[in-house]
Design a protein around this ligand. Sequence first.
Ligand code: GRF
Length: 204
Amino acid sequence: LKVGVLISGRGSNLQALLDAAGDPSFPAEIALVLSNKADAFGLERAARAGVATAVIDHRAFPKDKPGFEAAMTAALDGAGVELVCLAGFMRLLSPSFVERWHDRLINIHPSLLPSFKGLDTHERALAAGVRLHGCTVHFVRAEMDDGPIIVQAAVPVLPGDDAHSLADRVLGAEHRIYPLALRLIAEGRVTVEGQRATVTGHPL
Ligand code: GRF
């Protein structure tokens, strides 16, 4: 399965995907890393792994999201991409892009969805006093941080946690479940019916 990864920054989840895909037995190949920011550190990670990169700066398409997204789809199609992974990609995608990649577009979000959609999830989890927090890999739908859930991981909120310590703990779980979710999809183990995804043949 040929995969494109969309990033905007650090790219630690991208690194987890690159590391997993570096194993010859992994059923997916990272064919393109696409960033909307030229200085995203993730671009260096991709180059180091010998993976093709592209920069499509949204600012080159002022008030033209369709143009920006058409350029991204052209780059993804050009690389033969079949599945797109959002990994810290900080632009909201339009319904038409989401529809174009329906059930072929996944995201990782740093909370146990449907709790804490949006930004600052760790601060909000601490403020809410939850005992369990975590992360979610899901198919993307037009609504932000919505869509059929593929894999989740929970981590404890510990006494003395601040947003940084909690974010670190969640990030460790993100780096485990994003490659897992990609592998499950590439192995054809994930089906979507309505609002729900079902995973077969793997003890989640
Ligand atoms: C991660 O916490 C991810 O869940 C969120 O943005 C962050 C990206 O981090 N969507 P990185 O760029 O993968 O290091």
